[in-house]
Design a protein around this ligand. Structure first.
Ligand code: HEM
Length: 414
């Protein structure tokens, strides 16, 4: 589409309904995305200081383009990029985040990702199939005869938390600590965290780091075959892995390893309940679960937006975006782009191919995607089979978060 950059400066995403602080927008951001996509491929949102990219082709190519980075610290200082350094009070949080692979760029990213990737290969994940099924059955056993229950604490949350904790080697007795730490740290992923959010995130970063430092030193002395034990074997070996990288990456794995999976389960079931004919079809055709899950992840994207720093001046469709600016890649919008998906607002269980960007693209493509797929396929298949009359008993409410977008609860009756 021909497009005049001058007009763009007059378009405000707010006027088109883009407002991450508004629960109405969080509940249904898709009409606003449609308006944004229609007007311009890239538009600046003054309120968040982000250049929003909403079309599939541009989100996908930006993720693969090395002129953009999750961080800029491998190329320049904060000052050189025109930004104030974060306040010293946030140091424990940023130290932790900067030592996780999601916020590294090559060559560090390449080195650390290679070390942890082995644990998430399709073969290793396949070996998790029976344990994941067993765990799912145990969770369903507890609620199957309950009548009414909240699906989130009953199944959606404990399954991925237990799986990732088991893989890393966090003892069962300590697992209750993980979700509160993760929730407090993840507050900082939202677009404009408050001072209160920041202080909770700092406290959680400190406690989580201290906990993992102690645990990893114990594992180094007495390895138990889990991922933390394996990683300790290469700590401080030449340039392979520092202890801080081990901790930062373990926190990332423990958090990323459940946050989105919980929300795909909750949001996915909510989408099915809102589309009863589709749910009936899925009950009749459980073989469709794999494509249905890809579709549920496209239709209601659990992680709505990811950011990228602009490492050198760029032109996107004639719009100049300066070095040091920050892009907001709107995954939720890319996944509803009619240029790529037929009838994007329809939930089609057998949509195939389904090139959604829910797991990202490029060097940061989700390391846990095969594991997430295994967990989700197992939990949806098991619940469909063992609770054939599952129904919604109360309209759910969305949590205030926009980036990590999920429901407060999902009350159902079996
Ligand atoms: C449905 C569930 C999940 C979704 C939608 C999801 C989504 C994503 C996305 C979009 C990214 C890339 C972010 C970016 O490029 O800025 C990512 C990265 C990552 N994810 Fe996931 N994820 C899920 C589950 C998991 C699980 C279960 C694990 C744990 C094993 C995991 C571990 C990671 C890691 C370690 C990264 C960073 C990779 C890197 O920077 O190289 N994720 N995920």
């Amino acid at each position: 589409m021909a497009f005049d950059p001058v007009d763009v400066s007059r378009i405000t995403p707010r006027a088109l309904g883009f407002d991450p602080d508004d629960l109405g927008f969080v509940a249904d951001p898709y009409p606003a995305y449609e308006r944004l996509r229609g007007l311009s491929p890239v538009v600046r949102d003054d309120a968040t200081d982000l250049w929003l990219v909403t079309r599939h082709v541009d989100v996908n190519s930006t993720l693969r383009d090395r002129r953009f980075g999750r961080t800029y610290l491998h190329t320049a200082s904060h000052e050189e990029m025109g930004h104030a350094p974060p306040p010293a009070s946030l140091e424990p949080f940023w130290h932790l985040i900067n030592n996780g692979i999601l916020d590294m760029e090559p060559p560090n990213h390449t080195r650390v990702r290679r070390l942890v990737a082995k644990a998430f290969s399709p073969r290793m994940v396949e070996a998790m199939r029976d344990p994941v099924q067993r765990l799912t059955d145990e969770l369903v056993d507890v609620v199957a005869g309950e009548g009414e229950f909240d699906l989130l604490p009953a199944i959606a949350e404990p399954l991925p938390v237990a799986v990732i904790a088991e893989l890393l080697g966090v003892p069962a007795a300590d697992r209750h600590l993980l979700r509160p730490w993760s929730a407090d740290i993840c507050r900082m992923y939202e677009l404009q965290p408050t001072d209160h959010d920041a202080s909770l995130a700092v406290a959680a970063s400190r406690e989580f780091s201290d906990y993992l430092r102690t645990l990893s030193r114990e594992r180094r002395a007495h390895p138990t075959g889990d991922l933390i034990s394996e990683m300790t074997l290469v700590v401080d070996e030449g340039d392979r892995l520092t202890e801080d990288e081990l901790i930062g990456t373990s926190v990332l794995l423990l958090n990323a390893g459940h946050e989105a999976t919980v929300n795909v389960t909750g949001n996915g079931w909510w989408s099915l309940f809102r589309n009863p004919d589709v749910l009936a079809d899925l009950r009749a055709r459980p073989d469709l679960v794999p494509t249905a899950l890809e579709e549920l992840m496209r239709y209601d994207t659990p992680l709505q937006l990811f950011e990228r720093w602009v490492l050198e001046d760029v032109e996107i469709h004639g719009v100049h975006v300066p070095r040091g600016a920050e892009m907001g890649l709107v995954f939720g919008s890319a996944n509803r782009d009619p240029a790529v998906f037929d009838a994007p607002d329809e939930l089609r269980l057998d949509r195939d191919p389904n090139p959604h960007v829910t797991f990202g693209a490029g060097i940061h493509f989700c390391l846990g995607a095969p594991l997430a797929r295994l967990e989700l396929q197992t939990s949806f298949s098991t619940v469909l089979r063992r609770m054939p009359n599952l129904e919604l008993i109360e309209e759910p409410h969305w949590k205030p978060g926009y980036i990590i977008r999920g429901l407060e609860s999902l009350w159902v009756s079996s």
